[in-house]
Design a protein around this ligand. Structure first.
Ligand SMILES: Nc1ncnc2c1ncn2[C@@H]1O[C@H](COP(=O)(O)OP(=O)(O)O)[C@@H](O)[C@H]1O
Ligand SMILES: [Mg+2]
Length: 415
């Protein structure tokens, strides 16, 4: 039996889902329906800042920072907010002599180093673009970089992970769509998040219209259709060390704009036959698009890409076929493949169930070991991504090594 009024029915469905989402937000983020960031143990904070636990404890005492962990049932010790961690990082850096150590404590850009605009991109959905972009953004913030995440996908997964309801809390023109239409500037739509040092340009469904908007404008104004994003970023990007673009799963105008705005691209793929085929098509089509650009007045010299890296996702080293594929890719094109793959992990599902990332999630004791293994794998991955940025900046040496996540449990109670 045909639906009598499909448009109205679908609208009703949309409203019901919107109510459900609102409900979930209220339950998950109670009491005030706002997402917040948990505090970090002294051990965690020392690990992220790059100092020893005793040094950090002394700094906390000196500056009167940190609060005793008063939560019942949890382990004792000092707890620090992310804001306090940022302050302590500066204090630790101020005490360090100039040089490599200072640079590792305050790893952000210095004069002469340009902002890295990194796109998480491939035209297939579900390969881990958002997971990669959001985890890397939070990792970078914990390491002391200033980061902007730009959600370019109308599905708005990154926006949702940052605790916003795209339908209810993001106006249509407060997205890249509004920038293309000329209603807003990028600077006007950047919002702070509950993560210090990490800002967000959110998305909502209106972004789905961006490609039509760009195509429509091409007839009215002489503006190059592929440079909206690059131009719009010009007035905000200097506030950051890294801008991450979470792209939509296609190669339309918005994604073309991301390609032209990017200084680097991470392409998350799984080692499934379909993904590999899709990846090949992605590179073929990207290459075709770039070849067309001179027609629009932009030569290849206008493309400022420092790197393109495949990031193998949902990797399971016990699957011989996957391990072989990874090995083959590394042997055949070592410069194009990130050495550390993103492991398939159930911990991501547990964190997602609470609308959190691995860098936000705090497991109960029963899950801590499995969680630490997942965290360790993501840390290694993000360290590799961070090292790629250091190379792009032309830095010698590498970022400070992050102690293993297993050190977080050793020793236990009174950090
Ligand atoms: N390595 C992984 N292990 C387990 N689940 C994963 C992994 N990577 C992604 N996922 C899950 O797969 C789903 C799709 O990932 P997502 O990052 O949203 O993909 P995309 O942005 O490419 O569409 C999400 O539910 C995410 O939590
Ligand atoms: Mg996504």
């Amino acid at each position: 039996m045909a639906l009598k009024n499909p448009a109205q029915d679908l609208q009703e469905l949309a409203d019901a889902v919107g109510d459900l989402q609102k409900n979930i937000l209220e339950v998950v983020y109670e009491p005030d329906a706002r997402k917040t960031l948990r505090s970090f143990s002294l051990r965690e904070a020392a690990r992220w800042i790059g100092v020893s636990v005793p040094t950090l404890r002394a700094l906390c005492a000196e500056h009167g920072l940190g609060a005793e962990n008063g939560r019942s049932g949890s382990r004792g010790g000092l707890l620090l907010t992310a804001e306090e961690m940022a302050t302590l990082r500066k204090q630790a850096a101020a005490a360090a002599a100039a040089g490599g150590r200072k640079r590792r404590l305050l790893p952000g850009r210095v004069e002469g180093e340009t902002v890295q605009v990194v796109a998480s991109m491939i035209f297939k959905g579900g390969t881990g673009k958002t997971t990669l972009a959001v985890h890397f953004a939070q990792y970078l913030a914990l390491r002391g970089y200033r980061v902007l995440v730009l959600d370019l996908d109308p599905q708005a997964s990154a926006t949702t992970l940052f605790g916003l309801n795209p339908a209810a809390e993001v106006e249509d023109d407060a997205t890249f769509y509004g920038v293309v239409g000329g209603q807003r500037t990028m600077a006007e739509i950047v919002r702070p998040t509950y993560w210090p040092g990490l800002d967000l340009v959110p998305a909502n469904l209106a972004l789905a219209l961006t490609d039509f908007e760009i195509a429509g404008r091409a007839k009215l104004e002489p503006r190059p259709i592929h440079l909206y994003l690059r131009d719009a970023l010009r007035d905000v990007k200097e506030n950051y060390d890294v801008v991450l673009l979470d792209c939509r799963p296609d190669l339309g105008m918005t994604t073309l704009n991301a390609l032209l705005a990017a200084t680097g691209i991470f392409v998350p793929v799984t080692m499934s036959q379909l993904d590999i085929a899709s990846m090949g098509e992605f590179f073929r089509f990207s290459s075709f698009l770039l070849e067309q650009l001179p027609q629009f007045g932009l030569g290849e010299e206008g493309i400022g890409l420092d790197f393109v890296k495949l990031v193998i996702n949902r990797f399971d080293p016990t699957q011989a076929a996957q391990a072989q594929c990874h090995h083959w890719l590394l042997a055949r094109m070592p410069d194009w493949v990130l050495r550390t793959p993103m492991l398939q992990t159930a911990a991501l599902g547990h964190a997602n169930a609470q609308w959190q990332t691995l860098y936000e999630y705090e497991p109960d004791e029963g899950r801590r070991r499995a969680y630490n293994r997942a965290l360790e794998a993501f840390d290694r991955l993000c360290f590799d991504l961070e090292s790629t940025l250091w190379q792009a900046w032309g830095r010698k040496g590498s970022p400070h090594a992050l102690p293993s996540a297993s050190t977080l449990t050793r020793g236990g109670a009174h950090d």
